[in-house]
Design a protein around this ligand. Structure first.
Ligand SMILES: Nc1ncnc2c1ncn2[C@@H]1O[C@H](COP(=O)(O)OP(=O)(O)O)[C@@H](O)[C@H]1O
Ligand SMILES: [Mg+2]
Length: 244
């Protein structure tokens, strides 16, 4: 199996506070991979490290075969174009329409003619299950679930190999959250990208993740799938999966 991400012996500190104590794991091509753990466990920090927004004190991370330690500006720039990120409050620009929001990365990173860019953006819009009429709405006219879908369409604009999501279903009602999880799985099946999700949503964990790690006490206390997790003898893990 091809590894798209390999994390080796990561140690993270903020000042004197140790956040990650020797984390190692890898993510395979096409996987929907979860990063789980209690509040403050260091999930978002880890995600930010994978996308070069946060330093680590020792160890190394390889993304799509590139080592992040000592990466050149040129390689970093190239690598950033191979992934997309949807943050928890993945803000859309409120003064731009849905279509204009989705066009942004294409305008910024390609030299394609405007008409073609708009066609590509419309394709992404339909991929996330939104009608072409919604292209001309403004973010304030959208429901929470629709906003997330537009954020996703924008994230997919440049056909990423990796998709990073931090708590994507938080703030959604259960049925919109379920629909969003389904959409992620469908898009992965169709497009073949790998997905890395920070989540504590039990429905997401059950229905969307192929595999996950759980952070506890600064370490990885579990690496496996849901089936293995509920049958494990780790009391903490069973409680965690019940409580969430
Ligand atoms: N930039 C920062 N400077 C100092 N401390 C931070 C910073 N970012 C996060 N932390 C601390 O690191 C810990 C892990 O944070 P975070 O990764 O956001 O946790 P999670 O996403 O699992 O809730 C928390 O105690 C948080 O307060
Ligand atoms: Mg977080």
């Amino acid at each position: 199996m091809t590894k798209v991400i390999n994390v080796e012996n990561i140690i993270t500190k903020f000042g004197n506070t140790l956040i990650h104590d020797d984390l190692s794991f890898s993510i395979h091509k096409g996987e929907i991979f979860g990063i789980l753990g209690g509040s403050g466990a260091g999930k978002s920090t880890l995600l930010r490290q994978l996308i070069m927004l946060q330093k680590f004190q020792s160890g190394n991370i390889e993304v799509l075969g590139e080592s992040l330690r000592g990466i050149s500006h040129k390689s970093a720039h190239k690598l950033r174009q191979k992934w997309a990120v949807l943050f928890q409050f993945g803000a859309l620009y409120s003064s731009l329409t849905v279509l204009e929001n989705i066009c942004l990365p294409l305008l910024e990173y390609t030299e394609l003619p405007k008409g073609l860019i708009e066609n590509m953006a419309m394709t992404k819009l339909s991929m996330v299950g939104l009608s072409s009429e919604s292209a001309y709405l403004y973010p304030s006219e959208l429901s929470g679930g629709m906003k997330k879908r537009v954020g996703l369409a924008r994230a997919l604009a440049l056909d990423p190999e990796l998709l990073f999501l931090d708590e994507p279903t938080s703030g959604l009602d259960p049925s919109s959250a379920e629909a969003f999880d389904k959409l992620i799985v469908e898009l992965r099946d169709m497009l073949g990208f790998s997905v890395i999700i920070v989540t504590h949503d039990l429905d997401t964990i059950k229905s969307a993740l192929d595999r996950f790690i759980v952070l506890q006490n600064k370490k990885i206390c579990f690496d496996g799938n849901y089936e293995t997790a509920i049958n494990s003898d780790l009391t903490f893990l069973k409680e965690f999966l019940k409580a969430n």
